[in-house]
Design a binder for this molecule. Sequence first.
Ligand code: AMP
Length: 418
Amino acid sequence: MIQRLKGTRDFSPEEMSKRRRLESILREISLRYGFREIQTPVIESSELFVLKSGPGILEEMYVFKDKGGREIALRPELTAPIIRFFVNELSNYPLPLKVFCISPVFRYEEPQSGRYREFVQYDVETIGAETPEADAELLILASDICSKAGLKNIRIRIGHVGIIREKLDEAGVPAERQSEFLHLMDRKKQDEASKFLTDLGIARDVADSIVGVCQISGGAGVLDSLKGERADYMKKVISILKSSGNRFFQVDMGVVRGLDYYTGVVFEIDAPDLGAEKQICGGGSYSLSRLFGGTYVPSTGFAFGFDRLLIAMEKAGWKAEKEHIDAFVLAVSAGESGKMMEIAAMLRDNGIITEADLMGRNISKGLKYAAARNASFAVIVGSKEMAAGKVTLRNMKSGKQVETETSLLPELIKKGGK
Ligand code: AMP
């Protein structure tokens, strides 16, 4: 037997029906905010991701040479492909360009519960706006999604990496060393982060005060001690969120998103019920377009881990509607199978979800299968009834059977047999 690859999954019909339902919730909400759906290829030049995240990303990606000797990667995320697409082909669209996609991504990491090598991200980007309103809109959308998903126990932690970088600039930390500090803070290693600064010759009290800023967390009021343009920007974002009446938000200046390209507001959403892999979403404002050969275009975006969102929803009690079919058509004997297929086609033409018996079952076995498929009705095609232009319609829930003209079937089934 050939086994499925580690960190990948097969999805059963029941699982697919849940996944499609969540996709349609995400699509519907995104469209309501004016975001437009796009798609990019599964494979890209590895260089795209190296430009964005540095050569370290090669370790985490599926990379291979194609037959033309090109270095190819299975995309590990969607932001870089979207901005590449924007720079190459979409830059003439009126800005901001608000887009989203729901697509599989691939990362070569150690699988565990909630962590896969192939998983789906729901990614949203607002390209070309650098305003508190644009950041706040994305945060409100993310929070709206959590509410519609029925998640109650979540936290949206919001920081501003630009404020931290400004403090590091003022202290004289060279730009190329700042990421090391941010990576340590991202992993909540405050002592090591402080030592890193003092090792660079920064005075202890200055180092402590920078680490102190990263430890600011709580309600909107905790930002009062921060001054300057960036702090005012952050305060405006928080004030918009406050007026939106949402209760998931909290300031957490320790959110620095260990990636170098973030420039301003950054945020993470945790669903603590998920345990170790509790982060369901991450995002923030950044600029990548210049790196990919375009002009400076500020953007802001987020990515939800679709699979983790689904697990969190199920833990919160969400149940997708059980799969069902409207009608199962079966023939009493082989002689009526042509008519059975004809009736099935007629019902489908009328928008009724219909299966026909493909196994030559007898009535009792046919009804058993119809019940297993959660059919609302069985349509039994027998020679005697057929001679009178009729069939038997059985309500699978009540067991009640009526003889009816074939032409009346669509209406009766749509009305629930009444
Ligand atoms: P990132 O692009 O790393 O910010 O990831 C965005 C979101 O994708 C995270 O918040 C997670 O919810 C989800 N995610 C990241 N890595 C994995 C993985 N290996 N398996 C499942 N979901 C993941």
